[in-house]
Write a protein of this length. Structure first.
Length: 275
């Protein structure tokens, strides 16, 4: 009986997608997906700051820009500084603190851009009138998810990862610190006892480090949505997680059914994207 019933269902149709991108390599990977979605008939609208670096106009999506309280040069300087800190060979605590400071500066800049978007009445009205079917965004900057909750639109996340394993916790995946290496620890999934202790201590420090990095977004989300909101609560409403990782390069980890590994999507390829 099920098979004849399924024959009466209509095939999936094209929809309207609102894209809230993140600059740099995040966007370069995302653009590949947007090109493929456009070929399949989806209407795509990209909302981006006026002072953008890599996010460009294209024939396969409509671009809507909004003014932000910083210059393009400020964003480029912050990006170069953050990249330089990632590749230093200093001691762990020094490197950790420098990276944290870079994340704090980036978060302040992204929060300012997000605030400019959320309180842009003309653009918000345009988004409300467009009746989008989904929001496609990188949750490292949760502005897209704030919009999705405000307009009650499903969210598809496109990401590499989020510090403090916020993405893992938001998706309700198991994340035991005695087995899952912490970011910046340089541990693998095969750890000695001392490495497990170090891993555990790093996990205890994450509440402090990520409160520094993401508290501006939590305050903005709580203010705009009218209710207290943490990063984990905010991202827990995501429908699908497209993660740019692959077990070929990553340590084994538990994942949830709505998490899909798409590592290598931004690499040179001879055939089109899989379904």
């Amino acid at each position: 009986l099920l098979l004849p019933f399924l024959c009466f269902l209509s095939p999936a149709s094209a929809g309207k997608l609102l894209v809230i991108p993140l600059e740099g390599s995040h966007w370069l990977s995302m653009k590949e997906v947007l090109a493929e979605l456009s070929k399949r008939g989806h209407k795509i609208v990209v909302a981006a700051p006026e002072n953008k670096i890599h996010i460009d106009s294209s024939d396969f999506y409509d671009m809507k820009t909004y003014p932000v309280p910083f210059k393009k040069g400020d964003m480029e300087a912050n990006r170069h500084s953050s990249i330089a800190k990632l590749f230093t060979e200093e001691r762990f605590l020094v490197r950790f603190w420098n990276i944290l400071e870079g994340i704090r500066k980036s978060a302040t800049m992204f929060e300012g851009a997000c605030r400019s978007l959320l309180y842009n009445k003309e653009l918000m009205k345009s988004i409300a009138d467009s009746n989008f079917d989904a929001v496609f965004t990188d949750p490292l900057s949760p502005c897209g998810q704030i919009l999705a909750l405000h307009f009650s639109i499903p969210t598809v996340f496109f990401l590499r990862g989020i510090p403090c394993a916020i993405d893992v916790h938001a998706a309700q995946s198991p994340d035991p610190p005695s087995y899952i290496p912490r970011m910046f620890s340089q541990n693998t999934d095969h750890m000695t006892f001392s490495q497990r202790v170090k891993n555990f201590l790093i996990s205890l420090s994450e509440s402090f480090s990520c409160s520094v990095a993401f508290s501006p977004f939590e305050a903005l989300a709580s203010e705009f949505l009218g209710r207290p909101m943490t990063m984990t609560q905010l991202l827990s409403h995501g429908s699908v997680w497209l993660k740019r990782v692959d077990f070929v390069f990553e340590y084994p980890m538990p994942i949830m059914p709505n998490m899909v590994f798409i590592g290598g999507i931004n690499c040179a390829k001879k055939k089109g994207l899989s379904q």
